[in-house]
Write a protein that binds this ligand. Structure first.
Ligand code: BES
Ligand code: MN
Ligand code: ZN
Length: 491
């Protein structure tokens, strides 16, 4: 889709225009202008009850008397002052559906005059684009019959505010990052294995001059002493690869980087502690953290942000096998701490702990790991909020702010010494599970043993990385949250 922002006279609009209408007879400027030209035609529709302004109601008018543009689509915005981000989402989706049904290719939108609660024009434009791109997304590369492409190709926002241009650039980059993350995450696990993640990272690095790639294979991992990571990988015939994308674009090329580490389990069967069969296919999404880090790197490169950012995709596969690691095994991690494995299905933290130790060499300004880490996080927060674990108040506040800005929601979960105590092992420094209760926090507590050298935050996206049921598929979360966090860092 093509997006522009410029002031357009009604008559210049080729295929049609979109007008917003509130429910309580408060009309926008453009609505009044069109109605004046049409000699009260719209008001008569309101009087007759055909046009109500109810949220999501659409009415397409053709050849309106006195109006040059061929078609006018009126979209209900609900009561003025009550248009939340969620409702705006509904409204934009209704608009999109109506435009596509009417086979309209190019449209000028006057919804720029509509007020979203506590949001300015920047967000009006930015959300519209992100919602449209999200809605238009299809993953159909394995379908023999592809659905027809939708009609709408070009949307012009009627405004000449410079912030609208910024909103378009940001929305397009975030949308491209979200799409990249969804595409990789939706790929089946027989194709998307750790080598595939590395291959995708290679393509991305080739696309942008400021991006470069480094790939750590199992031989190098062994030399580095990444024995926890390697133990998880042992049960799979697909070797592990840790792909590291370097984006070195700060004015000071030596400035300490922001490091993002993504859990990249391209399939998690649970290992010897095998998972139940139901919904096990969804464990192809256990690389959602790596997918989102990949998407953020794509967005950051597209925006050419003046930052040094490193994205680590910790690719690995967890399968049961004659050579697989077992419950009872004691592993020596890269930082020297020993771990007693009590459940091979708590593999994410074992892969991450070595990736987090490896990241010390980058001397991170701060590090955020992103992982589909625990079912317990989904039990606690449902599928609407990612779980944020962060003891650094400033970093936590910045991440929650970015979450609120983008509506890519996150909620903070606790981390304290009590959870650490749940990880005691009679035989090793740590156990890899912490008992029945507070699983998201004990997982965070486990990771905290490996992040002492830098400012750190952990995002558990087990509930938010993909949807189940009718709309099954990757969501691309938390690409928007993290990209916004990085945009904010440039101010
Ligand atoms: N990848 C899973 C977590 C997960 C489960 C994400 C369901 C989304 C939906 C992770 O590797 C895992 O298996 N965690 C275990 C930990 C437990 C053994 C302590 C879990 O949450 O059950
Ligand atoms: Mn697991
Ligand atoms: Zn897992």
């Amino acid at each position: 889709m093509k997006y522009q922002a410029k002031n357009q006279a009604f008559s210049q609009a080729a295929d049609g225009i979109v007008l917003g209408l509130y429910e309580n007879n408060e009309f926008s400027k453009s609505f009044n202008e069109i109605d004046l030209a049409a000699q009260g035609y719209l008001n008569r529709l309101i009087q007759s009850g055909e046009l109500t302004g109810k949220l999501g109601q659409t009415l397409l008018l053709r050849d309106l008397p006195g109006v040059a543009t061929k078609r006018v689509l009126i979209v209900g915005c609900g009561k003025k002052g009550e248009l939340t981000e969620r409702r705006y989402n509904q409204l934009i989706q209704s608009m999109l559906k109506a435009l596509n049904n009417a086979n309209i290719r190019e449209v000028v939108s006057y919804l720029t005059e509509i007020e979203i609660k506590d949001r300015d024009l920047y967000w009006n434009v930015r959300f519209a684009i992100e919602i449209i791109e999200h809605t238009n997304y299809r993953f159909d590369r394995f379908k023999s019959e592809k659905p027809e492409s939708t009609a709408l190709e070009s949307l012009i926002f009627n405004t000449d505010c410079p912030q609208a241009q910024r909103a378009i650039a940001h929305a397009q980059a975030v949308s491209a990052g979200v799409k990249a993350a969804r595409d990789i995450a939706n790929m089946p696990p027989n194709i998307c294995n750790p080598a595939y993640l590395a291959e995708q990272a290679k393509h991305l690095a080739a696309e942008f001059g400021a991006l470069s790639l480094e790939v750590i294979d199992e031989t190098q991992m062994a030399e580095l002493g990444m024995n926890a990571y390697l133990a998880v990988s042992r049960g799979s015939a697909n070797p592990a690869y840790m792909s590291i994308l370097h984006f070195n674009n700060a004015p000071d090329k030596n400035a300490k980087p922001i490091v993002l580490v993504g859990k990249g389990l391209t399939f998690d069967a649970g290992g010897i502690s095998l998972k139940p069969a139901a919904d096990m296919d969804e464990m192809k999404y256990d690389m959602g953290g790596a997918a989102s880090v990949f998407g953020v790197m794509a967005a950051v490169a597209q925006l050419d942000l003046p930052l040094n950012v490193i994205g680590v995709l910790a690719g690995c596969e967890n399968l049961p096998d004659g050579n697989a690691y077992r419950p009872g095994d004691i592993l020596t991690t890269m930082n020297g701490l020993t771990v007693e494995v009590l459940n091979t299905d708590a593999e994410g933290r074992l892969v991450l702990c070595d990736a987090l130790t490896y990241a010390e060499r980058f001397e991170p300004q701060l590090l955020i790991d992103v992982a589909t880490l625990t079912g317990a996080c989904v039990v606690a927060l449902g599928q609407h909020n990612s779980g944020l674990i962060c003891e650094d108040e400033n970093l936590a506040a910045d991440l929650l702010h970015a979450a609120q800005q983008t509506t890519d929601k996150a909620w903070r979960l606790p981390l304290s010494e009590e959870y650490q105590e749940q990880l005691k092992s009679p035989f090793a420094d740590l156990a890899n599970i912490g008992g029945r209760w507070g699983g998201a926090s004990t997982a965070g507590a486990f990771l905290a043993n490996f992040t002492k050298k830098y400012r750190w935050a952990h995002l558990d996206i087990a509930g938010t990385a993909w949807l189940q049921g009718a709309n099954k598929g990757a969501t691309g979360r938390p690409v928007a949250l993290l990209t916004q966090f990085l945009i904010n860092q440039t101010k």
